[in-house]
Structure formats: structure tokens, C-alpha cells
Design a protein around this ligand. Structure first.
Ligand code: SF4
Length: 354
């Protein structure tokens, strides 16, 4: 576990992934829907047949390798769970032999936990690209969340960073199959897991525009619950060891954009990119849209539609709902009458009227 627990740090479990914050190998703090939880995040093996340029476990890298049996992982998790050290399991793996062999090992672990240890709690399973339909169906049935990490948004980037991977036949085909299996399982009235993915940001030549376009496609066509962005960090003795780490501001801007796509009815064409196709560092993407559409403002807080209010920098879905409730009671005459709503009044000021 001292090798396989820290090895799982490269899998993101959310935008607020606090990393390994305890002394127990494999226990990570994360936040889901506002609730903090402790995940037992572990690789079943750090052996891998692939040679991704950014990865600590790539085939050609010299590092300590180990594999835990399904019995060992299940027993270690059960022991931590019974001592109330963890709240859920996040199980991942390097690829041994092929996708199905790897997934069979992960599924064996979950079956042991569910059947022998009677564990009915949260399981997040990473799906290997190229897994067969029957394996995917099993994963859909036994987990609360599944993820398929796409890593790069374009075919050219993926093939240069991960020569053994293929975007169309590997990832999109598997995503299509996951969706099919989720629909079928749902048809029988069974609970289905949410589906997420992760991009590595800054390891290749991908632009923010590439990332945002593929993110939008994943939400609209493949029913993803969340897309996560993980800033590239160089790993010693890999072909990308010489690259600087990706700045955190880039990851933050991508998360802000992700919120605009999911909750503010923005589309990729609404966003401002610089001449290289990247989001602006100097201003958040919503304010950038507002600055380039002066004709849209000021927005009248007493009359504007929900969509118009959502375009005001400083207003989010919750504050918009509060404003609507307030104006149903009486007209809003000034920003001071909104002070109890805890809004960033100075941010709103240039964009609203009454
Ligand atoms: S498939 Fe690539 S990223 Fe995943 S463990 Fe293997 S080398 Fe690392």
C-alpha cells in the first residue's frame, strides 16, 4: 500500500482533491457536492504495458513495481473502513496484458468487498479504454461512479503523449459503450453510476479551445457528469521531465469555464480565447464575455430573465434565484437592498440597473 496508495495520486477525484492529507498510505481527502470525504484511493497494480510520456508508471521507467491481489486490496479497504478511517473506495490500475484482464482484477476486488465483507458504500472504478461490453456492464452495476480518463482532447496530442492510445477507437468507442450499458441498466430500474473523465493540462500542445470544445461535446453527447482538469507536473526520468509544471491559473480558468457550460447556458463560441487559443489569464471567462458585449448591459435587476441575470459577473444560479424571490416581494431600488444576499456588490455595479 505504501507504493500503490501514493501511486493513485495522479487520478483526480474532483476539482477539490486535497491529495494525501493523512499519514495513512492511500487515504485522500476530496470534496463531493460540498461534502468532504476520505477516499481509499489505490492502484491495484503499478505495472503497465503502456508508455505514456508523462506517467510515473510508464513501461520504460525504472521504479518500484508491485501488484496487490484482489483479496489484499479488499481486506486492506475493509480494515480501514471498519476503523472509520475512510468513507469510500477509488480503485484504479495500470494496464496489465489487456483492458479486460485489468478490469477483471478490479471487479474481483469489488465483488469480494460487496459479497464477503458486505460493503455497500461508495465505489469509484476507473474503466480501461477498450474494455468489452460485458466487463463495462459489470462495472456499471457495481459502482457509484466510473471514470474513463481521456487525458488529451485531440487525436494528435494523444498519439504524441500516449503512443499506445487512440482517441476514436479507444476512448470514444468505450464511452459510447459505457453510455449504452448505463441506458440498459437504467431501463431495468437499477441504480446507475455517474460518469467522469480527466484531462491532463499542459503536457502537450492542446489549447484551452481544444479542451473546452471536447468538454462541451462530452457533456452534450456522452452524458458525462463531470470533466476534471489535472495540471501537468513533470515526473523525473520520463520524456517530459524537462517541461515546466502547468500554471494553476490555467486549471482554474478551465474549471470556471466548465461551470459556465454546465450551469450558465454558455457555449464554447461564447468564450474569449487569445491568439493561441487559450483562455485569458488576466480576467475570468464570464467577465471577459461581459467586457466584449457592452451592448448587453446594464441588465435590469427587476425585469431581466434568468438567462440575462446569469450573464452578470458576480451572479450565480443561487444568487439569481434569491434576486427573483426578492423582486417578487417588492421592486429592487439599489444594491444596498441586496446586501443581505451576500453578493459581491462592487463586481455587480458596472453591469446592473434598477
Ligand atoms: S496507461 Fe499510461 S497513464 Fe495509465 S498507467 Fe499506463 S503509462 Fe500510466
Amino acid at each position: 500500500m505504501s507504493i500503490l496508495g501514493p501511486g493513485a495520486q495522479y487520478d483526480t477525484c474532483g476539482p477539490r482533491d486535497f491529495g494525501q492529507t493523512t499519514n495513512i498510505p492511500g487515504v485522500y481527502h476530496a470534496q463531493f457536492n460540498g461534502h468532504s470525504c476520505r477516499l481509499f484511493k489505490v492502484l491495484q497494480t503499478n505495472q503497465c504495458r503502456n508508455n505514456c510520456h508523462y506517467c510515473a508508471f510508464r513501461r520504460d521507467r525504472d521504479c518500484s513495481r508491485t501488484t496487490a491481489s484482489s483479496d489484499e486490496v479488499a481486506s486492506a479497504f475493509d480494515s480501514a473502513f471498519r476503523r472509520r478511517l475512510v468513507d469510500g473506495l477509488f480503485l484504479s490500475s495500470g494496464i496489465v496484458n489487456n483492458a479486460d484482464t485489468t478490469m477483471t482484477n478490479l471487479l474481483d476486488t469489488v465483488h469480494i468487498l460487496r459479497q464477503r465483507y458486505r460493503y455497500q458504500g461508495y465505489v469509484h472504478l476507473k474503466i480501461m479504454p477498450g474494455s468489452s461490453p460485458s466487463i463495462i456492464r459489470e462495472a456499471v452495476k457495481v459502482s457509484q461512479r466510473i471514470s474513463l480518463n481521456i487525458e488529451s482532447p485531440t487525436e494528435s496530442d494523444l498519439s504524441s503523449l500516449s503512443p499506445d492510445k487512440n482517441l476514436k477507437d479507444g476512448f470514444f468507442h468505450t464511452l459510447f459503450e459505457i453510455n449504452k450499458q448505463i441506458r440498459q441498466v437504467k431501463f431495468y430500474g437499477l441504480r446507475t453510476p455517474s460518469l467522469t473523465t480527466q484531462f491532463i493540462v499542459g503536457a502537450g500542445r492542446e489549447t484551452d479551445r481544444d479542451l473546452v470544445s471536447t468538454t462541451s461535446l462530452l457533456y452534450s453527447q456522452f452524458g458525462l457528469k463531470r470533466v476534471f482538469y489535472s495540471s501537468f507536473r513533470p515526473v523525473a526520468d520520463t520524456p517530459l521531465a524537462y517541461l515546466p509544471p502547468s500554471p494553476l491559473i490555467r486549471q482554474n480558468r478551465l474549471y470556471q469555464t466548465d461551470f459556465l457550460l454546465r450551469f450558465y447556458n454558455f457555449t464554447p463560441s461564447d468564450l474569449s480565447f487569445d491568439s493561441l487559443g487559450n483562455l485569458l489569464d488576466s480576467v475570468d471567462p464570464k467577465t471577459a464575455w461581459a467586457n466584449s458585449h457592452p451592448e448587453y448591459y446594464p441588465v435590469n435587476l427587476n425585469r431581466a430573465t434568468v438567462d440575462s441575470l446569469l450573464r452578470v459577473p458576480g451572479l450565480g444560479p443561487t444568487s439569481v434565484q434569491k434576486i427573483i424571490s426578492l423582486r417578487q416581494q417588492h421592486p429592487i431600488f439599489s444594491l444596498t437592498s441586496l446586501s443581505h444576499l451576500r453578493l459581491q456588490v462592487s463586481k455587480l455595479m458596472p453591469y446592473v440597473c434598477f
